[in-house]
Unconditional design. Structure first.
Length: 391
């Protein structure tokens, strides 16, 4: 791996879809990293790659055509069902690998990736950018400071206001490619629940339904969507109420509303609720401890975190502590995307500790996978298997 001195890491990017802009953040010629190869089946993506990274970038349609001798690190930004096979090949070749969340679409797939990374001594990093989101790190700091005592419960409500456009017009809507949105979309929040709560889930029970988008007969012709990505059809001012959505994916068999209860390994009890047809788009966490509680209002576009911890009362808006979390505009997700790319590039070059964790990413998938099994079995209690030994 040519990572000594100031030599740029040679990066390959697999997938220039909706998260392809992470490649732009990683491309820093002369400043530590440069994109030298892009893999995407779409000809338009090859043109985009040459515009973004220079005419000399290798434009390929299959990641197996990459030459490991010419690549130091890779970003896997392809659709979720492709994460596992691509990551296995890269890690086997000894390439430091960034995998966009979720790590895989099954628990078993995650474990195969972890085992391969360990067997070949390859550096694996998963893009759980919410761990770098300012409102999440502010909540974690308040908990670490003891402002609410020992955490006993976490409640998360995720209002996915653009759900119809983001998740029901392409591959996300097909469980064969995503398992379900409780895993795919929920992996972020399940990871944060584990992080704030201090342990992974051991048991889950969930309910879910496809109540709005499944009955909509207006489906897109796959030929019309050939080569298109979400920005090509997204219009934040259209398609309200949700029943007016047009051009949905031909296959819709994932839930648009779900609720899961979780027991963490340390006894913390948690709930996660996800709805894909709300008018607003944000996530709200309530964290309850033995000496108070905190709650965020607003998230990635700036948030206020309120802490109540001085006395009992009825409802009062005048919290005992109010923390204003500023808007970070350097990159997407409140600056978290730039932070997660920075951390990966440093890790790929030098190793060392990271805020994100492949094991934690696996645990988030395991919780979401078990919860999806539960909701499709009518809410039965499902045990979440622990990570493999050594992780």
């Amino acid at each position: 791996m040519s990572t000594t001195g100031t030599t740029d890491l040679r990066l390959a990017v697999i997938g220039l879809g909706a998260r392809g802009y992470l490649a732009d953040l990683a491309h820093r010629p002369g400043r530590g990293a440069r994109v030298v190869a892009c893999v995407d089946p779409r000809p338009a993506a090859h043109d985009e790659a040459r515009r973004s990274f220079g005419p000399g970038v290798a434009a390929l349609t299959d990641h197996r055509a990459l030459d490991p001798a010419r690549i130091d690190a890779a970003l896997v930004l392809a659709p979720d069902d492709l994460h596992e096979p691509i990551a296995l090949d890269l890690l086997t070749a000894g390439i430091a690998t960034f995998v966009e969340k979720p790590l895989a679409i099954t628990t078993e797939g995650c474990d195969r990736i972890l085992d391969t990374a360990r067997a070949h001594g390859s550096r694996l990093y998963v893009g759980h950018n919410l761990r770098h989101a300012p409102f999440v790190t502010a909540m974690r700091d308040l908990i670490a400071d003891g402002r609410i005592g020992t955490v006993t419960s976490i409640w998360c409500r995720h209002f996915v206001g653009h759900g119809g456009d983001y998740y029901f017009k392409d591959w996300h809507a097909d469980r064969a490619r995503s398992t379900g949105l409780l895993l795919q979309k929920g992996a972020h929040d399940l990871d944060v629940i584990h992080w704030l709560g201090g342990a992974p889930a051991t048991h889950v029970s969930a309910f879910g339904t496809l109540g709005v988008y499944g009955g909509n007969p207006d489906r897109a012709d796959p030929a019309d969507r050939d080569g298109q990505l979400m920005p090509d059809w997204f219009d934040p001012g259209a398609n309200w109420p949700p029943e007016r959505q047009r051009g949905l994916h031909p296959v819709i068999d994932v839930e648009d509303l779900s609720v899961v209860n979780l027991r963490l390994a340390n006894g913390v009890l948690a709930t996660y609720q996800q709805c894909h047809y709300t008018p607003d788009y944000w996530r709200n966490y309530t964290v309850i401890g033995t000496r108070g509680r905190l709650e965020n209002f607003g998230d990635l576009d700036g948030a206020t975190i309120k802490v109540w911890n001085s006395r009992r009362s009825g409802y009062r808006a005048d919290a005992d502590l109010t923390v204003q979390v500023p808007v970070e505009e350097e990159s997407g997700h409140g600056g978290a995307d730039e932070a997660v790319v920075d951390e990966f590039l440093r890790y790929a070059r030098d190793g060392g500790a990271t805020v994100t964790s492949p094991t934690a990413a696996r645990d988030a998938v395991a919780a979401g996978y078990a919860a999806t099994r539960s909701l499709r079995a009518g809410g039965t209690l499902v045990e979440v298997p622990p990570a493999p030994d050594g992780w």
